[in-house]
Design a protein around this ligand. Structure first.
Ligand code: SF4
Length: 332
C-alpha cells in the first residue's frame, strides 16, 4: 500500500461561521466519531487502574495508526479539523509530541487553519513542535473585512492578513494560502491574484473550488455557494461560437467560458511548470515562483480508480478512514 498523506482530524469546535463551511453543510452529529483521543488526554481524576490502562492503550492505538501510515511510505501529515484546529492547541501539541516519539517521525507537517488566534506565542510553540507549513484558509486575500465577514470571524478574532503572513514567515514557516474561490475574485485577473499572493510572502497557493453536492442542496452553505459563483465571463468576448469552439451545446460553451476555475487552470497551464501529481490527483505547478495547486474537489476520495489508497484520515475515535464523508470507509 502506498499512502501519500495522512490527515489528522483534531477534535475541535469552531467560533467561525464560514459561509461555505463543509462541516456545517455536512452537519454530522458530534457523536459520529467518538472523541476517545481527547479523553485519553484529559483523564478524569480517580480512574481505576483498569481505566488508566485502557486510556494508555487507546493512545497507543492512535500512535500505531500514525506509524502505519509512515510504514507505508507516507511522510506528509496534515493537521486539520471539522472545526478550527487551533481551538484545541493542547491536542495539536500532544499529537506533535507523539509524532516525535515514533520510530520514524513525520517530517513534513502542515497545519490548516482560518488564522484566528494565531499569536506569536502559538507560532513559537508550533514551530518548536516541528510543524513546517501553515496553510491559511481564506475567503478574500485583498480585503480583511470581506475575509472576516464571509468567514464569520468574531470581531475579537479578526486579523490583518498582511501582518499575519509577515509573522508566519518571520517564524520560519512555509506559508500556504488556500483561496476559497467565490465571486469575490470575479473581477480580478489571475495575474493580480498571484501578484497579491507573492506580496503577502506566500510560498504556496491553492485555488479551491467550493464544495457543492446534490446531497447538501438547500443548506444555507450550498445556497451561499450557488449565489456567489466564481465566474469570469470576459473570455466569452474572446471566443467565436459554440460550433467553432467544438462544444456540443450552447450551455456547455457558456459553462466553459464562464467557469472561473477554468480561467485559473488555463493561466496556470500557460505560465506554470508542472512539478508532480499530488495524492488526490491534482497537479502541482510552479507559477511565478509559487507552488500552485488547483483543487477542484476538496472532498476528494482517498481511493484511486485502481483501488489503491492514496491518503488516510485519522479520526478522534483512534481509527483510520479513507473518506471524509463516509464512516463506512473505516480501514482499521
Ligand atoms: S473555519 Fe472551517 S470549520 Fe470553522 S466555520 Fe470555517 S470552514 Fe467551518
Amino acid at each position: 500500500m502506498n499512502i501519500q498523506s495522512l490527515s489528522v482530524c483534531v477534535p475541535a469546535g469552531c467560533p467561525n461561521n464560514c459561509a461555505y463551511c463543509v462541516s456545517a453543510m455536512n452537519n454530522q452529529p458530534d457523536n459520529t466519531y467518538e472523541n476517545l483521543a481527547q479523553l485519553t488526554l484529559r483523564r478524569r481524576r480517580g480512574l481505576t487502574v483498569r481505566q488508566e490502562e485502557e486510556y494508555d492503550l487507546l493512545w497507543q492505538q492512535y500512535a500505531d495508526r500514525m506509524a502505519f501510515a509512515r510504514d507505508n511510505g507516507c511522510n506528509t501529515m496534515m493537521i486539520t479539523s471539522n472545526g478550527e484546529a487551533l481551538v484545541n492547541m493542547e491536542f495539536i501539541l500532544a499529537l506533535c509530541d507523539m509524532n516525535v516519539s515514533l520510530q520514524q517521525p513525520f517530517r513534513w507537517i502542515e497545519l490548516q487553519t482560518s488564522g484566528i488566534t494565531l499569536t506569536d506565542n502559538r507560532l513559537d510553540l508550533l514551530r518548536s513542535h516541528h510543524i513546517s507549513t501553515i496553510s491559511l484558509s481564506l475567503a478574500d486575500i485583498f480585503d480583511d473585512h470581506t475575509n472576516a465577514y464571509i468567514n464569520g470571524i468574531e470581531p475579537k478574532f479578526q486579523f490583518a492578513l498582511e501582518d499575519m503572513c509577515r509573522r508566519i514567515k518571520q517564524h520560519g514557516f512555509n506559508l500556504r494560502l488556500s483561496l476559497n474561490m467565490s465571486d469575490v475574485y470575479n473581477d480580478i485577473p489571475p495575474e493580480e491574484i498571484f501578484a497579491r499572493a507573492a506580496e503577502l510572502g506566500a510560498n504556496q497557493v491553492t485555488f479551491r473550488k467550493l464544495f457543492l453536492s446534490d446531497i447538501y442542496k438547500g443548506t444555507p452553505q450550498a445556497q451561499w455557494i450557488e449565489n456567489h459563483p466564481y465566474i469570469r465571463d470576459v473570455s466569452i468576448e474572446r471566443t467565436t461560437s459554440p460550433v467553432e469552439d467544438g462544444f456540443a451545446s450552447f450551455q456547455d460553451w457558456v459553462y466553459h467560458h464562464t467557469d472561473g476555475m477554468r480561467d485559473i487552470e488555463e493561466y496556470v497551464l500557460r505560465h506554470g511548470t508542472p512539478l508532480e501529481l499530488l495524492p488526490f490527483g491534482a497537479m502541482r505547478y510552479s507559477v511565478h515562483g509559487l507552488s500552485t495547486v488547483v483543487d477542484l474537489n476538496c472532498m476528494n476520495k482517498g481511493v484511486k480508480d485502481d483501488g489503491s489508497v492514496k491518503y488516510l484520515i485519522l479520526r478522534p475515535d483512534c481509527h483510520l478512514y479513507t473518506r471524509w464523508d463516509d464512516k463506512g470507509s473505516l480501514l482499521f
